[in-house]
Design a protein around this ligand. Structure first.
Ligand code: ADP
Ligand code: MG
Length: 463
């Protein structure tokens, strides 16, 4: 299947960030999302996060890779995954071509592989593009402080939270800000899996000296997804010494992980205690309000304006993972472009039908069961005529969720709760909706129930 073409001289450059058109972007996003699911996070980040699309059609998928090494590596190890993802994203059986990106004249060639020479950053992951809300306020404030005074404010800075909530975005925002303020700063930015891989390769090639030099002379060390250290003892040892050297020199260390330091089984105690020296900041799933703001911001970046009801639809259906939220936004915008229709609720539901249906339909019985568990009431109470608050409230939550998550009509929903009429259901759904918008606790509770109901569909497991 492989066509390994050299770069034709003079061929137009498709540089990262300059997407060709909406259709390509839509398929490209789908392809990358698919790959991300097939691979472990570190593999994906290391080998695929750098790629850029030239062409993504059912006949041909042409991707730019940074250099020969990447091309060979991907071609030999990830052929199956890339092929499958290309087919899924385009709906065809495309020939997949890996093309080496021409070097920009001014960039030193080592910049492609050496994180010290020039960290490869996503241009969109800036502070400006980061929406702040209660769920990420502390992590954001700490990141800003570190960007303003590296090595002084919080050292190390340890950020943790589930996948897709903005850890990488914040890490890179710090790098962007630091590079803008101090262009000559030596910033080392990499995933901890790359650190492990490079360390192993240095061991094999007796190149430990060079490896140490590179990391221990950094001004700022940024290590993403440090949970990958948990199984690599020798690397931990190496990192421990790197950390001490940097810390003693008042160099900033920034680390992210999918869990707090104390919960990283397999990580040495002394490393855990180092991680706790500075500031440990948790990122939680975003509130409805934050999700809404992020959606608008992401649409804005793509030059699209989404109507309120569309924003609301997406923000209430995708609750746990911002990456998915963004993916849905791109999908809707792309779908509108493809079908040449205005973005409205019907189009949105249609565009997202597959992604949302992947979870399987939610049944009212499932909702009742989840609410019964959550609020400690009895099913027979929900179906009774009783109106005490302790029962009426869970019942209203049920009605709201049934309205959001199932296709049942108001009358049908009423039928599941002791034959209540449609105005009662409508009132309940609207009341809970309002509460959700104004009270983060209510939003959190609803989110918990929704996540349970939808299983894992809205969150991509790490590794
Ligand atoms: P993580 O590293 O925690 O898995 P990422 O940093 O990769 O998550 O974020 C996933 C996506 O969500 C990225 O595209 C990022 O830009 C976006 N994102 C996350 N949080 C925010 C936010 N607060 N504002 C804007 N975009 C966000
Ligand atoms: Mg990340």
């Amino acid at each position: 299947m492989w066509r390994l073409s050299p770069t034709p001289v003079g061929e137009a450059l498709a540089l990262r960030g300059e997407m060709v058109d909406v259709q390509t972007e839509t398929r490209w996003t789908a392809l990358m999302e698919d790959l991300r699911r097939r691979l472990r996070n570190g593999q994906y980040q290391h080998w695929f996060a750098q790629l850029a699309p030239v062409e993504v059609t059912p006949q041909r998928v042409v991707l730019l890779v940074p250099n020969q090494f990447y091309r060979d590596w991907i071609a030999t190890r990830y052929e199956g995954e890339l092929k499958a993802a290309s087919q899924a994203a385009t709906g065809g059986e495309p020939v997949v071509e890996l093309r080496i990106a021409p070097q920009r004249a001014s960039a030193p060639s080592s910049a492609e592989t050496d994180p010290v020479a020039a960290p490869r950053l996503n241009a969109e992951y800036t502070f400006e593009n980061f929406v702040v809300g209660p769920s990420n306020r502390l992590a954001h404030a700490a990141s800003l402080a570190v960007a303003e005074a590296p090595g002084v404010a919080y050292n190390p800075l340890f950020m943790h939270g589930p996948v897709g909530l903005g850890k990488t975005h914040l890490l890179q925002a710090i790098c962007h800000a630091l590079l803008a303020a101090y262009p000559s700063l030596r910033i080392v930015y990499l995933s901890s899996e790359s650190f492990v891989n490079e360390f192993i390769s240095a061991l094999q090639h007796a190149a430990l000296e060079g490896f140490r030099d590179r990391y221990r002379t950094a001004d700022v060390l940024v290590l993403d997804d440090v949970q990958f250290f948990t199984r690599a003892e020798q690397t931990q040892e190496e990192f421990f010494h790197t950390f001490n050297t940097l810390y003693d020199g008042q160099k900033q260390v920034i680390v992210s992980s999918d869990r707090p330091p104390g919960e990283m089984q397999g990580l040495e105690e002394r490393l855990i205690s180092r991680f706790k020296w500075g500031l440990v900041a948790r990122i939680d799933p975003p509130t409805l309000e934050t999700r809404t703001a992020i959606l608008r911001a992401k649409a804005n970046i793509r030059g699209a304006q989404l109507p309120d009801d569309v924003v609301h639809y997406i923000a209430t259906h995708i609750v746990t993972n911002i990456r998915e939220l963004e993916g849905a936004t791109i999908k809707v915008i792309g779908y509108a472009g493809l079908t040449n229709r205005p973005i409205d609720l019907a189009l949105t539901a249609e565009a997202l039908q597959d992604s949302l249906a992947a979870a399987g339909p939610v049944r009212i019985e499932d909702i009742q069961r989840a609410v019964v568990r959550r609020f400690g009431v009895r099913l027979s109470d929900l179906q009774s005529k009783r109106r005490t608050k302790s029962i009426a409230y869970p019942r209203q939550v049920c009605m709201y969720l049934a309205r959001q998550l199932t296709g049942h009509s108001l009358e049908e929903i009423g039928g599941y709760f002791g034959g209540r009429d449609h105005t009662t259901v409508l009132y309940a759904a609207e009341k809970i909706q309002k509460q959700r918008e104004t009270d983060p606790d209510v939003d959190r509770t609803l989110q918990d129930i929704e996540v349970n109901l939808k299983g894992r569909s809205n969150s991509t497991p790490v590794a």
